[in-house]
Design a protein around this ligand. Structure first.
Ligand code: GLN
Length: 305
């Protein structure tokens, strides 16, 4: 397995040249586009890795499954479903063109920015500071890494330039979908996106989703199995945005990407995978990361379809 991962890293690294690092969050433009790391938390209880698997990067949209999970745990499935639907939009993750249809729960989902921003309001906490602290605590607990923290430079960079997300937040308010102070909700969202992780953290979180909430080492039920199925289903249909169909064909398991270059792959009942390669395709998905997952999926027969 080590050899296999090494070979995949060597084969896929050159395809970074087919993509571009995100620049709309200025701080993300500073990363080395040629990094590629992979980490597998495997069904045999073993951990396998290759390449830049310990390189830190920000979660960005990979945090969305955790926002959804925290909202489910705090407010329950009915509240979550009422606020944010589950249908794929077929639009970019930050699309704000809702002019032809009212912005309502039926046409957003938890894996696009609008849905994730709305779901921050369903996380419990007296203040948005407290809501964020609870989300960070969940990320630390699932990754088994108490050191996880916000990359301050990326957070400040996105907060300064995140006008599209600001527009989405104000639109949610205008359509009566959220009532809390928008800037506070957005601050929680920006901080969540800026949590710094590595491939191992993502693989460990993914493995718990794969095991329907059961920790693969301690056998502790970390959250209800129904919530794991809820999250995994939305990852399968919407996790790679408007690239989710192609990804289902080429790779074939629930996954979540982020513009930091990370992808978290959930192979139900089997394993969790974390990959990192910061050059992105036109959907905002890691080029080399998707390619590495496609190869691994083919060789290990990981497609669930
Ligand atoms: N923080 C990013 C944004 O809101 C997350 C988007 C992403 O990773 N696709 O634009």
């Amino acid at each position: 397995m080590y050899e296999l991962l090494k070979r995949i890293v060597a084969d896929c690294a050159p395809s970074a040249s087919l993509g571009h690092v995100a620049t709309y969050i200025p701080e993300l433009a500073n990363v080395d586009p040629n990094k590629l790391g992979i980490y597998v938390s495997s069904e045999d209880g073993k951990q396998y890795f290759a390449g830049d698997h310990l390189e830190p990067f920000t979660m960005q949209s990979v945090v969305k499954p955790l926002i959804l999970l925290q909202a489910l745990m705090d407010s329950g499935e009915d509240a979550v479903r009422t606020l944010v639907g589950v249908e794929a939009t077929g639009k970019p993750f930050d699309a704000f063109n809702y002019s032809d249809q009212a912005l309502n729960s039926a046409n957003i989902n938890p894996m696009i920015n609008t849905g994730a921003i709305a779901l921050c309001t369903l996380i419990h906490g007296e203040t948005y500071e407290e809501k964020f602290s609870r989300l960070l605590a969940l990320a630390r607990k699932l990754a088994g890494n108490p050191e996880l923290n916000v990359d301050h430079a990326v957070y400040v960079s996105e907060k300064k330039t995140g006008n599209k997300n600001r527009a989405l937040g104000y639109m949610l308010t205008a359509y009566g979908m959220i009532t809390d102070p928008v800037e506070e909700i957005l601050d929680c969202y920006f901080r969540a996106c800026s949590i710094s992780v590595n491939c191992r953290d993502l693989a460990r979180i993914a493995h718990i989703f794969a095991n329907h909430g059961i920790h693969p080492e301690t056998w502790e039920q970390m959250f209800p199995a129904t919530y794991a199925k809820y999250v995994n289903a939305t990852l399968a249909t919407c996790g790679m945005y408007d690239g989710s169909g192609e990804f289902a064909l080429a790779v074939g398991f629930p996954a979540k990407s982020g513009v930091g270059g990370g992808i978290m792959g959930v192979i139900p009942h089997r394993m969790g995978i974390g990959v990192f390669a910061p050059a992105l395709d036109k959907h905002g998905n890691s080029v080399a990361g998707v390619q590495a997952l496609a190869k691994l999926s083919q060789i290990l027969d990981l497609s669930i379809y």
